[in-house]
Ligand binder design. Structure first.
Ligand code: ZN
Length: 506
């Protein structure tokens, strides 16, 4: 099991030197311009469409996915409603990436598709392990969709690695159902650690540790105080960073760590140019005990998100199976993407597309791991590394993977064929001038520059998605492959820009 950890960061990590990049600047500018024009044209039409079907509130769908390697089942657990909708209000019925599963919302009366979202799950990852051949297990998951004005039919589907549907369940939701639980302020303090410049200066926290409650000229009484005043939910992607393993007394450290996370994310492209399209809110869920749960050391801590190392018996795979609990920590905070920051200096983490990211705060590779895992959960990027001894076929040859940064060459024209340099052979041989990242001297600027340069040469390099054969990556090195390099490859960069455009379409 060791070192066979899907959806987890690179096995290989450490350091990063400097190298500026021109390729994605050009791509960024072009795409930003296109987005701007699209926004202007579509603004009025899309807003109308959202308002026809939805109110400015969130319907939280709690499910249990259960089964074994042979059969999988989907169960509805509970419906919840909370104020405000933080997700996109446009391109509602579009599917941007396939993911390994999908939530489809139809208007009950007309059966018109009015909202779609895709995702991956820890459950589907578990199905690949031997344990799934021996025992039935249940995994929690939750999805937010905009709250409907009229009855809707919600269909949840799970697909296998051939992208065939293996489980499906449809249920009707009547917005007038009295058993839809109302959720909201849970008393957990939160604080915006990043918001675009145009909104800054007018976003107080709900119960901030660093702002005066009284006598500051602000009225914090329940009726007058709006913690979200000035927050642009529609034009921005809402990231929530949740504290895990921080005691009440350590919340100053948590806010500081969140700031480091924000700095790490926006330090390099493409997020640097996109940072005004993000809000980042820090949710200070207090832990009864400091630090994480580490099963292989016999350490079990009572922490808010219930996370632990040793997921699927891989020591560095840090994840939680308590997704409902994590969503509960966020009730009252409109969000789209969850990052759980674990108060630990031990290497670990994990990221699942449109579900959750886990990262530790104090490991030397904190920045690199955080950005890498966010690449998984936010943009659906696959790992670009391979294992020599991987016996599971994650990406079968008869199927083009849905992840934008890997290919089986089944349908390469849908991937980065348009970004290939002329006469670049397929597969592309490794450039022998690029140093081996496992042996490179990190204090040698020349060697590190050569390594970083390799991230920007597009090709079709064999070895990706944990497979050394039959799966290909777009660059010799990339942030989705190793932690030693600074940048995403141009293909990952484009994928991040495109999905950001999609999420912020108005
Ligand atoms: Zn890449």
């Amino acid at each position: 099991m060791e070192e066979k950890c899907p959806s987890f960061s690179s096995t290989y990590f450490f350091y990063l030197p400097l190298q500026s990049n021109y390729t994605y600047n050009r791509v960024t500018m072009k795409l930003l311009l296109t987005t701007l024009l699209t926004f202007v044209c579509m603004l009025s039409v899309q807003a109308q469409s959202f308002d026809n079907y939805f109110e400015d509130a969130t319907l939280r769908l709690d499910y249990i996915f259960a089964g074994n390697a042979k059969e999988q089942h989907i169960y509805l657990q509970e419906l919840k409603k909370q104020d405000k909708w933080a997700g996109r209000k446009s391109r509602l019925s579009e599917k941007f990436l396939n993911g390994n599963g999908q939530v489809t919302v139809r208007d009950h009366a007309t059966q018109q598709v009015i909202y779609v979202n895709t995702f991956s799950t820890l459950f589907q990852e578990w199905l690949q392990y031997d344990e799934a051949k021996q025992v039935d297990k249940a995994f929690e998951t939750s999805y937010n969709v905009p709250f409907p004005k009229s009855p809707i039919d919600v269909t949840v589907t799970l697909t296998n690695n051939h992208q065939a549907v293996v489980a499906e369940m449809t249920h009707t939701v009547d917005p007038k159902d009295i058993l839809i639980r109302r959720i909201g302020n849970n008393g957990i303090p939160f604080h915006y650690v990043w918001k675009p410049a145009h909104a800054q200066g007018d976003i107080p926290s709900r119960t901030p540790s660093d702002e005066p409650r009284n006598g500051s000229g602000r009225d914090y009484t329940a009726s007058a105080y709006d913690p979200f005043k000035g927050v642009d939910f529609t034009g921005c992607i809402d990231l929530a960073i949740v504290a895990e393993g921080y005691t009440e007394a350590q919340m100053g450290k948590f806010y500081h760590d969140c700031q480091r996370a924000v700095d790490a994310l926006f330090e390099r492209e493409p997020f640097k140019s996109l940072k005004n399209r993000f809000n980042v809110v820090a949710v200070a869920a207090p832990s009864q005990e400091a630090g994480p749960t580490v099963p292989h050391q016999g350490v079990w801590h009572n922490t808010p998100a219930g996370s632990h190392y040793d997921t699927f018996y891989t020591d560095r795979y840090l994840m939680s199976q308590d997704m409902h609990r994590i969503y509960d920590l966020l009730s009252g905070v409109p969000f789209e993407h969850i990052m759980v920051l674990v108060n630990s200096d031990t290497y670990g983490g994990g990221g699942i597309y449109n579900q959750v990211t886990f990262s530790t705060s104090d490991h030397p590779t904190f920045k690199e791991v955080f950005v890498h895992e966010f690449g998984h959960s936010y943009a659906g990027l696959a790992d670009e590394y391979a294992y020599d001894d991987m016996d599971t076929e994650w990406y079968p040859a008869d199927t083009e993977p849905w992840e934008p940064n890997i290919t089986t060459l089944k349908n390469f024209s849908t991937k980065w064929a348009d970004m290939m340099p002329k006469k670049q052979p397929i597969p592309t041989p490794l450039d022998p001038k690029v140093p081996d990242f496992k042996k490179v001297d990190k204090n040698d600027p020349k060697a590190m520059a050569a390594l970083n340069k390799a991230t920007q040469v597009v090709g079709v390099f064999e070895g990706a998605g944990y497979q050394s054969k039959g799966c290909y990556r777009p660059a010799q090195e990339c942030r989705m492959k190793i932690n030693e390099v600074e940048d995403f490859c141009p293909v990952c960069t484009r994928a991040i820009i495109r999905i950001t455009d999609f999420y912020t379409a108005q």
